[in-house]
Every structure is written in C-alpha cells, then in structure tokens.
Design a protein around this ligand. Structure first.
Ligand code: ZN
Length: 158
C-alpha cells in the first residue's frame, strides 16, 4: 500500500469560469492558472504522483509548455491515471478538502464526487469531498484564492 498527499492553490480573478472537482460552479470569479485552475483535480493528481514517487504535476505538465494551456484538468488527471495503471496500482480511496470563503461548495459536493469518480474510473464510494472556509483569515479568507488538499491510498492491482 502507498500513500500520497497533494496541495494546490490558485488566485480567484474576474472573467474566469470556476471549476472545482471537474464541475463548473456558477460564480463571479474563477481560478487563474495555465490550465482551467481546478485546484481539487490538481491536488488529487499530485497526491497520486506522490504515492507513486513520480514527482509532481509541475514536472509532468510544465506551465512553460503551451500544449497544456487551458487544458481541462480532467485530461491531466486521466494521464496520471494511466501512469497509475502502468505501475500496476489501483486507488484505495481519496479524501479531499477544499478551502474557500465563497462560493458555497456543499450544494456541488455530490456532483464533484460523481465527476472525480468518473475521471478516475472508480466507484464513488472511494471518493470524499469536504469543504471549509478559512474563517476570513489571509488571502483565502478575503476571497482572493481557493485551495485544496488531497490524500490518496493506492493498493497493488490484484
Ligand atoms: Zn493547480
């Protein structure tokens, strides 16, 4: 069994769509990144790469490469899933935490779980999504950024 952790944060800016866990969430701002800025999928991708001891998404999908510009983060995660299969591991379970002052994440939780499970090709019972605010503290608390943590357990393919 192997374990990995992932963390990601992006700035919220106007005139960007907001994607979290592969779900578009109606909001006045979105996350800025060279991809679609989905911090949840980025944290999960990093956690899986970490568990495989394969570095991080910055190494695999460098922001200096224009090929990844505005790439849907689901595509990035699917490539990471291919690496996982090559190494002959499967996902045991994934837990994620989203830290956002706004918008309210809870109404989108089920959709996110569905979306993450479908990108990874696993049963939704293996995925958990939690959300919290930053209690008004710092840049996340001011609504200038959204962050996400993810932790993953990988099990050898049987
Ligand atoms: Zn990111």
């Amino acid at each position: 069994m192997r374990v990995g952790i992932g963390y990601d944060i992006h700035r919220l800016v106007e005139e960007r769509k907001l994607f979290l866990g592969g779900v578009e969430i109606p909001y006045i701002k979105g996350l800025i990144s060279h991809t679609d800025g989905d911090v949840v999928l980025h944290a999960i991708a990093d956690a899986i790469l970490g568990a495989l001891a394969l570095g991080d998404i910055g190494q695999h999908f460098p922001d200096s490469d224009p090929g990844y510009k505005n790439m849907p983060s689901g595509d990035i995660l699917q490539r990471v899933v291919r690496l996982l299969a090559e190494k002959e591991f499967v996902i045991g379970n994934i837990d994620t935490a989203i830290i956002a002052e706004e918008p309210k994440i809870y109404p989108f939780r089920d959709k996110m779980i569905e979306s993450i499970a479908s990108i990874l090709g696993v049963d939704r019972s293996k995925i958990n999504v939690k959300a919290t605010t930053n209690e008004g503290v710092g840049s996340i608390g001011k609504g200038d950024a959204i962050a996400s943590y993810a932790i993953v357990i990988l099990e050898p393919k049987t």
